[in-house]
Design a protein around this ligand. Sequence first.
Ligand code: ADP
Ligand code: TYD
Length: 202
Amino acid sequence: MQGKFITFEGIDGAGKSTHIGFVTDYLTSRGKQIVSSREPGGTPLGEKLRDLLLHEKMHLETEALLMFASRREHIAQVIAPNLAAGKWVLSDRFTDASFAYQSGGRGLPRAKMEALEAWVHPELQPDLTLLFDVPLEVARQRLDATRTLDKFEREQADFFAKCRAEYLRRAEQFPERFVVVDSTRSIADIQASLAQVLEKLL
Ligand code: ADP
Ligand code: TYD
C-alpha cells in the first residue's frame, strides 16, 4: 500500500521545524514508517543546491529553477520510492514554498511556477500540507531570538507579507489538502490540534 506524503510550510520563524519531530513520533507510535526530509535538499545533490540557494545571490529565475532541480532529485530518489514502499514521507517544505517565496515574495509570474510544477510533478501532490501561520512580527521575533539568518531570512517585512499572503491563497485554492495551523498558540496546544488532524489521515 502506498504511503502518505505530508508537507510542512510557513514563513521563516513560524514554527514548522519545531513540530516535525512531534509528527514523526506520533505517526511512529501509530505503526507508520517515517522518512523525514527537507527542501531545498533531501539528497546529496539537493543539499549542494541548498547551500548555493541559501547563500549566493542569483537571478530570480535561476533561484526558481534550482529549487525545482533540487525537487526533481528529491522526488526521484526519496519521495516516490518511499511512498511506493508504503512509508510516510514528511517534507520540511515542497512546491507551495516556491509559490510563496519565488512567486509571492520575489514576484516570479505564477504561470511560470505552474509550468514548472506541471513539468516536474504533474501527478504528485501532498496528502496533507500543514501551513504554520503567524503574523510577521511573531515570526521575526522568534527568528531573531534563535539563529544566524540566511539569505531568505534576511529579507524585509514586505517580502514575508507577500509570502504569507501567497501561502494563504494556496490554502484557499486547495482546501482538500491544506490545514492552516494558528501557530501563535502554545506548542502544546498546536500539538493537540496536530494529533486530531493526523488521526483523520490514519
Ligand atoms: P521554522 O522552522 O518555521 O522557521 P522553528 O520551528 O525553527 O521555525 O521556530 C522558530 C523559533 O520559535 C524556535 O526557537 C522555536 O522554539 C520557537 N517556537 C516555535 N513555535 C513556537 C510557539 N508555538 N510558541 C513559542 N515559540 C515557538
Ligand atoms: P528552511 O529549511 O525552512 O530554512 P531553515 O532550515 O532555516 O528553517 O528553508 C530554507 C529557505 O528556502 C526558506 O527561507 C524558504 C526558502 N525556499 C524557497 O524560497 N523556495 C522553495 O521552493 C523552498 C523549498 C524553500
